[in-house]
Design a protein around this ligand. Structure first.
Ligand SMILES: Nc1ncnc2c1ncn2[C@@H]1O[C@H](COP(=O)(O)OP(=O)(O)OP(=O)(O)O)[C@@H](O)[C@H]1O
Ligand SMILES: [Mg+2]
Length: 270
């Protein structure tokens, strides 16, 4: 079985939590092919601010929240995602006895993205406005051959969410969406999106499972952070992934628990 596991900033930033997660990945990887994708936007924001580059966030009319990525921000994003965060994850996996290899979406041209020319945003006064796209991209192609080669050698790839644009420039891509594309291209059996909540919630209650139709309907009912995950789940299922589990990364064995169905399990048929 192939399993793609994505986790974000709150998990990476906490060594104890990260080490537990790494131990679990070590266990799971003894019987499954595992690819790790990480996020970590909050860490990028904190470091950018220390560098004197306050970050700007924009919200699309559909409720997607994203970092406005000008050239300087793209550089900082690459430095932190493909550098610090990626290597912290690799170190943690190595401590757990996993032969992890940190790699970014631009290495070996794994992730190709189309640069967004214009972005439609909702401005401070609640009005729709188009702005210049900056260095963010929509993933259009995944070449998973590098990942398969690593897996065949018994190595675990740890992928940072940066992609290559048309002119071979670096683009910021969302971690959840990157994980969905990687999972689709590997025809993964499971995509596990670990985060800081138990799963998708409705009126404060966990939704244990949903089908594709419900996931699409739920897009309008969840807030920023979860919209991206649901959207990624939909993309993954439509791309041929067996199931998507959105679950907490703070458990004793987060990946094992998610694979056993704890959290929100999303499948085409439900
Ligand atoms: N209906 C919902 N159910 C569950 N969580 C929700 C919902 N609506 C919004 N959220 C928010 O989504 C957040 C998770 O997304 P967030 O982007 O913050 O983390 P992440 O994706 O794990 O990390 P990163 O963005 O660093 O990769 C939760 O902490 C929660 O506040
Ligand atoms: Mg997120």
């Amino acid at each position: 079985m192939t399993v793609v596991v994505k986790f974000g900033g709150d998990l990476v930033g906490n060594r104890e939590v990260l080490d537990k997660l790494a131990k679990d990945i070590a266990e799971v990887s003894s019987s499954e092919r595992v690819v790790v994708v990480h996020g970590g936007g909050d860490i990028v924001t904190a470091i950018a601010e220390k560098l004197g580059k306050p970050q700007v966030f924009i919200v699309s009319p559909d409720g997607f929240r994203s970092r406005y990525t000008d050239r300087e921000t793209a550089e900082i994003y690459m430095m932190v995602m493909a550098g610090k965060i990626n290597k912290e994850v690799v170190l943690s996996l190595l401590r757990a006895g996993v032969r992890a290899v940190g790699i970014s979406g631009i290495d070996g041209a794994i992730l190709r993205a189309e640069r967004k020319k214009r972005l439609v945003i909702i401005d401070e006064r609640g009005r729709k406005r188009a702005i210049e796209g900056g260095y963010t991209g929509r993933i259009v192609e995944v070449d998973s051959s590098v990942l398969s080669t690593l897996l065949d050698e018994g190595l675990i790839p740890v992928v940072a969410p940066v992609a290559l644009g048309d002119e071979n420039e670096v683009l910021n891509v969302d971690g959840d969406r990157a994980a969905a594309h990687v999972a689709s291209s590997l025809r993964a059996d499971s995509l596990v999106l670990l985060t800081d909540v138990e799963g998708v919630k409705m009126n404060d209650e966990l939704v244990p499972k949903m089908d594709l139709r419900k996931a699409k309907a739920m897009l309008k009912k969840v807030g920023a952070g979860m919209i991206t995950k649901l959207y990624a789940a939909i993309e993954a299922l439509e791309g041929g992934v067996g199931r998507v589990v959105i679950a907490s990364g703070f458990k004793e064995k987060p990946v094992t628990s998610a694979l056993m169905g704890e959290g929100t399990v999303i499948t085409v048929e439900g």
